[in-house]
Structure formats: structure tokens, C-alpha cells
Ligand binder design. Sequence first.
Ligand SMILES: Cc1cc2nc3c(=O)[nH]c(=O)nc-3n(C[C@H](O)[C@H](O)[C@H](O)COP(=O)(O)OP(=O)(O)OC[C@H]3O[C@@H](n4cnc5c(N)ncnc54)[C@H](O)[C@@H]3O)c2cc1C
Length: 307
Amino acid sequence: MARPTDIRENVPLAPFTTYRIGGPARYYARPATREALADLLVWAHREDIPGFILGAGSNLLVSDRGYPGLVIHLQGFLGEMGEPSAEGIWEVGAGTGLFPWVRRTARRGWAGVEALIGIPGTLGGALRMNAGAFNQEISQVLERVELIRTGGRYATPEPQIIQIQAAEAGFAYRKAPGLEGTVILSARFRLQPGDPEKLMRQVREVVALRRNRQPLQWPSCGSVFKRPPNDFAGRLIEAAGFKGFQLGGAQVSPRHAGFILNTGGATAADVLNLIKRIIQTVRDNSGVTLEREVILVGFDDDELAGT
Ligand SMILES: Cc1cc2nc3c(=O)[nH]c(=O)nc-3n(C[C@H](O)[C@H](O)[C@H](O)COP(=O)(O)OP(=O)(O)OC[C@H]3O[C@@H](n4cnc5c(N)ncnc54)[C@H](O)[C@@H]3O)c2cc1C
């Protein structure tokens, strides 16, 4: 099989992440069809190149060296948002933006995801992360997912599209083990009828709350750490004295200590070193080991130690 023609080399990844940080992808492709996507997975398998699926890059820290394999960028592709059936069934493409879809569900009077408004990213990324806010999680309204299983390397000689039920994804707080190593193509949701005016009011309230609480003027990946049981990462980080702490171009937000910001020119090394220092100090201080929510891409094992 010839190399797919739409593969580019040494493409900087920083512009494709909300952190605006990260070196180049050795190979990069933005497939426009399912066939093109399948060709990429087969090519990666044949060439023995590891792959990575990129959505909107809103939960990633990409290494300064970049990624040594094939980045398959799905934002925009598989972007079908569709209309609901009379029973509130929505079939949504994985590259659809979460924000426009959530807004549409509220406008059309379907309830179940309105609290997710303002979470950046694609539907595929939201499912893989089991994104959530204000007591709603994307998995709560999911019926089934259409995907290709690839194993951890995102390469396979025979890409087969299959459907799995929501329960098979093993959803838990900010994780979906059953979706790891898969390429999510689309998902089927079931929403409940609601009053469009009330839902849109809730949407506006959540957007205002997020603007108020979150330091959205600087590039970031949102909350770097997961919420520990019965506590808040931001509270523990603040108690450890990190609020406003700066390391290179990376800063613990003075407003919301759960966010590490790129205040200009931050490298991935700055952010990673700050993450390690926070984990260590919070552990020494409170006995709690913070768990990362952000996904680290392109780092080697030595660099990952302590994260
Ligand atoms: C300002 C800000 C606020 C945020 N607030 C929240 C919040 O309130 N709640 C919350 O849960 N998150 C929040 N996040 C984190 C982030 O937006 C979510 O995790 C989001 O769901 C990630 O989607 P993405 O498309 O950007 O995925 P990416 O960051 O591109 O990727 C994340 C993971 O998903 C995988 N992935 C992406 N698409 C696919 C696909 N089609 N198939 C298979 N795997 C795929 C990637 O390989 C990667 O492992 C916030 C981020 C920011 C920057």
C-alpha cells in the first residue's frame, strides 16, 4: 500500500492545542473520509509507527520535542451534528464541537447535557475523557458508540467499525477504559424533553459561572488534576502555597489554583516540572497524591516519572 497522500511531515502541534505548547508531529494527517482514516491506520501498522488521535487538543500537554509518530487529527471531520428523533435520540459525529452541539440540544428543548456547555473540545474527546461539569457527565446520556479498535498504537491491519454499548466503555470519573486505544467515530445519545427557554437560561448561567471562576484569558488545559475524593485539587494546591506560583512561562492561576496557565512562552518542560512540584509538595503537605487529568503526549518514561 502506498503512503496516503494527505500525510504531512513535521507539523507543529502547538496551534492545535488550547495550551499553545508542543513540538511537531513526525507525521500528521487530517482525514476527510472514513476510508482515508482507515488507510492511515493500515499505513501506520505497516510502517510500525505509533499513532495518536487528536481532537480539539483541550486536554493535552504535548512535549517540546513533539510526537514521534502519526497524529490523526479528527476535529471537524465526522462533524455531523444532526437533528434528534421524536424520542430524543441524537446521532453525533465524533469531530463535532461539544459547545455547538450542547447549545443546539438546549435550543431544541432536549435536556441532559446543558451543564456541559463551555467545556471545550470535540464529542470524541469528551467521551474518551468522560467530560463533565456541575453534576452532569457525557456518559450519563450515552447509549452506544461507533468506533474502530486499534490497540494502544492506533495502527491496525484491518480497521473494523463496530458498535459498543455505553456500559462496555466502563465510564468512571474522567475516564473510559473501554475507549482507550479506539478511534471513536460517532455516538448515539438519548436526551429527555425539556423547556427550551429554561434550558437556554441554564446554558447562559453556566457560561457566566465559568467565565467568572475560570482564568480563560490565558491558554490552558482546564483543570490539570482530577478532583480527589471529598476535596478539591485547587484547595490543596492553594494550601501548599502555589497560588500564583510561576515557573518559566507556566503559572498556577492566581484565580483558580487547579489551572496551570501558559502566560506566554511556556514550554512543555515548564508545565511538566510545575506539575511534578505540585504533586510532590501537596503529597508532603496533605498526604493526598493528586492524579493528573491532562494527558501527556510525546514524553519519555524518564520525563514521566513523578507525574
Ligand atoms: C478552559 C478549559 C476548561 C475545561 N473544563 C472542563 C470541564 O469543566 N470538564 C471536563 O471534563 N473537562 C474540561 N476541560 C478539558 C477538556 O476540554 C475535555 O477533556 C475535552 O473533553 C477534551 O476534548 P478534546 O476534543 O479537546 O480532546 P483532546 O484534548 O484532543 O484529546 C483528549 C483525549 O481524547 C482522545 N480523543 C480525542 N478524540 C478522540 C476520538 N475521536 N477517538 C478516540 N480518542 C479521541 C485523545 O487521543 C486524548 O487521549 C477543560 C479544558 C479547558 C481548556
